[in-house]
Design a protein around this ligand. Structure first.
Ligand SMILES: [Cu+2]
Length: 165
């Protein structure tokens, strides 16, 4: 768990993204550009067969001069999708919290990644199988609705629904 917490620091984050991009290049490189925003490798970790929820991640780069804000996520194949952040309590327990939006500052790349901000798919109605592409929509305050496809990436072996909310 401590190894995962360290992903909050910048350098490991960038390394993780680079690793993700390298993986993406080897497999299915994908991303979407919408105005000044670039959505980099949107992905969902393949959940355990019994899991009722799954976490998703991506990088969001803002090449513009004004901030934008991710305010919604829609995935038609699940009951409910939310934006979450992860807070690490003084007791060492990580808890996820629903957030209304995620700020994307100008000139920056915001990473939604393990142990940090993520999208949460709740009420899975069918299996999510590694290699599958899952269509969804990101809703931004300025850029509006951006259609993406989440690739289902290899599981990390954690049942995300076991984490406290
Ligand atoms: Cu969550």
């Amino acid at each position: 768990m401590n190894a995962r917490l360290s992903s909050f620091r910048l350098a490991p984050s960038l390394l993780a993204l680079c690793a993700a991009l390298a993986l993406a290049t080897a497999g299915h490189a994908h991303g979407v550009t919408a105005g000044d925003l670039e959505i980099i490798h949107p992905n969902i970790l393949a959940p355990a067969p019994s899991a009722k929820s799954a976490a998703g991640y991506m990088g969001i780069a803002n090449a513009g001069t004004t901030a934008d804000r991710l305010i919604g996520i829609e995935v038609p194949t699940v009951a409910r999708s939310e934006l979450h952040t992860t807070e690490h309590g003084t007791d060492g327990v990580a808890r996820m919290m629903h957030v209304d939006g995620i700020e994307i500052p100008p000139g920056e790349t915001v990473l939604l990644e393990r142990g940090g901000m993520h999208i949460m798919l709740m009420g899975l109605t069918g299996p999510l199988v590694e290699g599958q592409m899952v269509p969804g929509t990101l809703v931004f305050e300025n850029a509006g609705r951006v259609e993406v496809e989440f690739s289902v990436d290899p599981s990390d072996g954690v049942d995300h629904s076991d984490m406290g909310h």
